[in-house]
Structures are given as structure tokens and as C-alpha cells.
Design a binder for this molecule. Structure first.
Ligand SMILES: [Zn+2]
Length: 96
């Protein structure tokens, strides 16, 4: 893994990228957070790979959702809810 050059205010770690990737892709971050993210991703090849993987996954999920338009089972909707809560908790952990 590449070592990230540290900048006091805007430095983002690989862990933060990992934890907030969904928020980043949803454009749910602030402008400051977005640019900190982009700065990190531009420098870090492992996070670039991660981002590409996540984008691919999201595209696949959207395709599947379009193909299978049906009512969710209680288990499935509970899972989706849990994912949402996890995502919300991730977003709260931002400290920039
Ligand atoms: Zn990284």
C-alpha cells in the first residue's frame, strides 16, 4: 500500500476512503470532503482500484434492480435497512 503524503487539514487515510466510499459515490460529502477524497484517490492506486470496484458493483446492483422489479421479502428489506443504517453511521464518523 502506498504511503500517503500528509497534509494537516485535508489528508484522508485509506481507511477513511474505504469507510466513506458509498457517501462519496452518492455525492453525500461536503465540498471539502469531496476534494480531500479526490486528492487522496488521485495519489493512491489501491483506493483507485477500490473506487472502480465499488462503481462496478453499484452499476450491477442497479441493473439487477431493474431486471427484478418485484416485492422485497421481509428479510431482504431488513438487510437493505441495515445497510442504510451502517452507511449513516459511517458518514457520522467523518471528522474533517
Ligand atoms: Zn488510499
Amino acid at each position: 500500500m502506498l504511503k500517503v503524503f500528509r497534509q494537516p487539514d485535508t489528508a484522508v487515510t485509506c481507511q477513511q476512503v474505504d469507510e466513506n466510499l458509498e457517501a462519496y459515490l452518492d455525492s453525500a460529502l461536503t465540498t471539502t470532503q469531496m476534494s480531500a477524497f479526490q486528492t487522496h484517490i488521485n495519489r493512491c492506486s489501491s483506493c483507485q482500484a477500490l473506487l472502480q470496484q465499488e462503481q462496478l458493483q453499484i452499476r450491477q446492483l442497479r441493473c439487477e434492480a431493474q431486471l427484478n422489479q418485484r416485492t422485497l421479502s421481509p428479510v431482504e428489506s431488513a438487510e437493505i435497512q441495515q445497510n442504510l443504517y451502517r452507511q449513516m453511521r459511517r458518514n457520522i464518523r467523518w471528522k474533517i
